[in-house]
Design a protein around this ligand. Structure first.
Ligand code: ACO
Length: 325
C-alpha cells in the first residue's frame, strides 16, 4: 500500500549570542552553580538580546533549515511555528517569519502547547501533508522564555533559556511500513486539570499583562517521568517496535534527571539519548529541534536511523513523534 510520508528534508537552529552561566545567575538570586548542576544538569543558557524577538530567532532557524534542505522560501506551502512567547498577542509570529522570508505563497500560523509545542506542530504539519493539502512545510519551535521569567524567583529563573530550531518536511511516497523514511506516527495528549502546576500568571483576557512563569517543579517532575515513559511505549507499540529498535531518542530538554529517569524506565542506554540541556537549558518548544539539529550536524543522527522525539509541557500537554531520518 502506498502512503504519503512527511520526510525530513533539512533542519537548522539558532541561539542568541549572549551566554549566561550559573555563576552569573548566582549574582542575581540565592543559588549556586553546584545546586543548578546537581538538580538539573544545566551549566549555561542563551539569552536573547534587548529587542531580539521570537520571530528573529525563528527566522534565523528557518533560514538555516531551508539552506540545509537546499530549498527557497517559495518552495514552502505552510509554516507552523510552535511558541508560548509570541512577539505580540496577535498576529501569529509565524506570519512575521513568513514576511521576513519573503514567502509569497502558502499560509502560516502558530501552535501553542508550551514545551510540547514542537511535537504538536510536527503532528499538525504531518496531517496537512498526509491529506495532500500541502507539499512542504516549515516547522519551527522558537522561544524567548527569558521575557516571562521572574528573575527574583530562584526556583524557576535558573531553568530556562532562549533559542529556535526548525525542520523542513516534504511529502514523499512510502510503502506504509516502519522502513519508510519520514514521520511514522505522532501521538498527542493533554490534561487541563494540571493547570496550577505550571502556568503564566498573566494574559490579555485575564490580567492584561504578560505575566510570569509559575511552577511547582517537584510535582511537574513526577508527572514528567511517568507521562514521557508512557508516550514512548505508546509510539513503539503503535509501530510494532521495541526500545532496542530505536537509534536515538531526542527528548524535550527540561532536566537531566528527567532524561535519565525516563531512559531508565525504558531500559534505554543513556548513550542513545541526545542531551543538550547542559548548554541550552530548557528552551520549551525550541528544545527538541535544537537538539535534533545538533545531533544531525555533528553526525550522530544519520539517514535511515529511527529517531523518537518526545516532550511534555504546561497544560499539561505531552506527546511523541517517531521518524525514520
Ligand atoms: N538554588 C538553590 N536552591 C534552590 C533553588 C535554586 N535555584 N531552587 C529551589 N531551591 C531550593 C528550594 O527552595 C528547596 O529548599 P527547602 O528544602 O529549604 O524548601 C530545595 O531547593 C528543594 O526544592 P525542590 O523544588 O524540592 O527541588 P527539586 O529537587 O524538585 O528540583 C527542580 C527543583 C529543578 C525545579 C525540579 O523539580 C525540576 O526540574 N522539575 C521539573 C521542571 C520541568 O520539567 N519544567 C518544565 C516543564 S516544561 C514547560 O512547559 C515549561
Amino acid at each position: 500500500m502506498t502512503v504519503i510520508r512527511s520526510v525530513f528534508r533539512g533542519c537548522g537552529a539558532y541561539l542568541p549570542e549572549r551566554v549566561m552561566t550559573n555563576d552569573e545567575l548566582a549574582k542575581i538570586v540565592d543559588t549556586s552553580d553546584d545546586w543548578i548542576q546537581e538538580r538539573t544538569g544545566i551549566k549555561q543558557r542563551h539569552i536573547a538580546a534587548e529587542g531580539e524577538m521570537t520571530s528573529d530567532l525563528a527566522f534565523n532557524a528557518a533560514a538555516a533549515a531551508l539552506d540545509n534542505a537546499g530549498l527557497e522560501p517559495d518552495d514552502i506551502d505552510l509554516i507552523v511555528l510552535a511558541t508560548a512567547t509570541p512577539d505580540e498577542t496577535f498576529p501569529a509570529t509565524a506570519t512575521r517569519v513568513q514576511a521576513r522570508l519573503e514567502m509569497r505563497n502558502g499560509f502560516a500560523f502558530d501552535v501553542q502547547a508550551v514545551c510540547s509545542g514542537f511535537v504538536y506542530a510536527l503532528s499538525v504539519a504531518d496531517n496537512f501533508i498526509k491529506s495532500g493539502q500541502v507539499g512542504r512545510a516549515l516547522v519551527i519551535g522558537a522561544e524567548t522564555f527569558s521575557r516571562i521569567l521572574d528573575w527574583n524567583d530562584r526556583t524557576t529563573c535558573v531553568l530556562f533559556g532562549d533559542g529556535a530550531g526548525a525542520v523542513v518536511l516534504e511529502g514523499q511516497e512510502g510503502k506504509g511500513t516502519s522502513d519508510d523514511r519520514g514521520l511514522l506516527s505522532t501521538h498527542l495528549h493533554s490534561d487541563g486539570r494540571h493547570h496550577d502546576l505550571l502556568y503564566v500568571d498573566g494574559g490579555p483576557s485575564s490580567t492584561r499583562t504578560t505575566g510570569y512563569l509559575r511552577m511547582e517543579g517537584n510535582k511537574v517532575f513526577r508527572h514528567a517521568v511517568v507521562n514521557l515513559a508512557d508516550v514512548v511505549r505508546e509510539a513503539l507499540e503503535a509501530n510494532g517496535l521495541t526500545p532496542d529498535d530505536l537509534d536515538w531518542i531526542v527528548p524535550h530538554q527540561a532536566n537531566k534527571r528527567i532524561l535519565d529517569g525516563t531512559a531508565r524506565k525504558l531500559n534505554l542506554p543513556s548513550e542513545r539519548v541526545i542531551i543538550t540541556v547542559d548548554h541550552h537549558a530548557n528552551t520549551s518548544a525550541a528544545s527538541v529541534p535544537l537538539a535534533l539539529t545538533e545531533a544531525v550536524d555533528d553526525g550522530r543522527i544519520t539517514r535511515g536511523q529511527l529517531v523518537l522525539m518526545e516532550a511534555m509541557g504546561g497544560g499539561f500537554t505531552w506527546g511523541s513523534a517517531l521518524a525514520r531520518w
